[in-house]
Design a protein around this ligand. Structure first.
Ligand SMILES: Nc1ncnc2c1ncn2[C@@H]1O[C@H](COP(=O)(O)OP(=O)(O)OP(=O)(O)O)[C@@H](O)[C@H]1O
Ligand SMILES: [Mg+2]
Length: 368
């Protein structure tokens, strides 16, 4: 996908009331030069001369004054961090001291739900994997969790063993037909406490049809209102776009989790994403907050992945989750079997990472 164009985004935002003044454009976060290159020079035939390395510009504006990650980690430091049997190291994979995360106590009552959107317009960064596995890990704590598949690809539905083309009713019907109620569409999953509001390709029509609706950005919030008291946490798996469906998801949410693949190009779309979040906060949903930024597909053996994570911590500081999700073939395997990692490989380190993430998310959203 061409990262400079996001279908629907500009139109959606341009149609909104003009109370918002766009923040200063943020440059993509730049990577340090490789040790072999000399700043300010370029080899013949490799394109125009590049300026000497600029300090990284990123959100928030005062990031230059923020404390920089201090520890340089070795692969050895990183390896056991999320290993349940290994020693807990003081410095985590994000280069900051690891906090002792409290175990999530069972809830004393159900609802009202915290609504959290998994959002990043970049494709393939781990949104769906995080929705399913974070949802399953929170469900293990005894909380009632609803996953909303809000992507016409239907990946979250497939990942939980539901075939999108077999669906009689999906989130599309809930959005577009006033006589359909959520309980007609929501399905239980094989995981205790975990329900699914499934989606299929029909949802792509909603993106077009909703444009005609009055208060179109609030459509998802309107249909979710009656079920908020029935769940503790609702997770929305967004599509890789910043179009009207994603704006609906952000308008209906209290929080956002931004999964970010730990590779350089993953950083490029972050400024546009934070800009969209700021616009939604200002014009549609002032209670929206970034719950956290999650490093995914992390390979601690490469300095590249660690440098990318360092940069994200410099820019977003405490909003970056201490937990990172490491790259492992177990996640593609879970899609094939149609179940979360917490039931497919319950004692794997991958399952432990999502349980750690669940603790962090619940600590940041205490009402959940
Ligand atoms: N930690 C990981 N290690 C290895 N593979 C992973 C990991 N997380 C996700 N994957 C794989 O990467 C692919 C993309 O992940 P996923 O579908 O979760 O991303 P997405 O952001 O939802 O993508 P899309 O933008 O298309 O919706 C999938 O095949 C998934 O199994
Ligand atoms: Mg997805």
């Amino acid at each position: 996908m061409n990262e400079s164009t996001f279908p629907g985004t500009e139109n959606e935002m341009d149609r909104l009331p003009e109370r918002f003044s766009a923040p200063e454009q943020v440059q993509p976060i730049s990577m340090p030069p490789s040790p072999t290159s000399t700043p300010g020079t370029s080899a013949p035939g490799t394109g125009p001369e590049r300026p000497a390395q600029q300090p990284a510009r990123a959100l928030p504006d005062n990031y230059a004054e923020m404390p920089k990650p201090t520890a340089k980690l070795t692969a050895e430091d990183l390896a056991p961090v999320n290993d349940p049997n290994g020693p807990r190291h003081k410095i985590g994979p994000t280069g900051r001291p690891l906090p002792d995360l409290p175990e999530a106590l069972p809830p004393t009552r159900t609802g009202p739900a915290q609504v959290i959107a998994m959002c990043n317009q970049k494709g393939g960064v781990g949104k769906t994997t995080t929705t399913i596995n974070l949802g399953a890990a929170i469900a293990e704590t005894g909380r009632k969790v609803l996953l909303i598949d809000f992507d016409p690809q239907g990946s979250a539905s497939i990942g939980l063993g539901v075939q999108p083309h077999d669906l009689e009713l999906s989130v599309y019907n809930l959005l577009m037909q006033r006589d359909i109620t959520a309980d007609e569409v929501i399905q239980p999953t094989r995981v205790e406490n975990l329900d699914l509001l499934p989606a299929n390709i029909d949802l792509s029509a909603a993106e077009v049809q909703l444009v005609q609706e009055v208060a179109r950005e609030y459509t998802l919030q309107r249909v979710l209102d009656p079920i908020i008291p029935l769940y503790d946490v609702i997770l929305i798996d967004c599509a890789p776009s910043l179009g009207l469906l994603t704006v609906n998801a952000l308008t209906a949410s209290n929080g956002i989790v931004v999964p970010l693949e730990c590779e350089f190009f993953a950083l490029r779309g972050l400024a546009m994403l934070t800009d969209t979040i700021a616009k939604v906060q200002d014009r549609l949903n002032p209670k929206l907050e970034i719950v956290g930024i999650l490093g995914t597909m992390f390979d601690g053996r490469t300095t590249h992945a660690r440098e990318v994570l360092d940069r994200v911590v410099q820019a977003f500081d405490e909003r970056v989750f201490h937990t990172v999700i490491r790259r492992t073939v177990k996640f593609p395997e879970t899609t094939v079997v149609g179940e979360p990692i917490t039931t497919y490989a319950p004692s794997s380190s991958a399952a432990t990472q999502y349980r750690d993430l669940a603790k962090e998310v619940l600590a940041r959203c205490p009402a959940g």
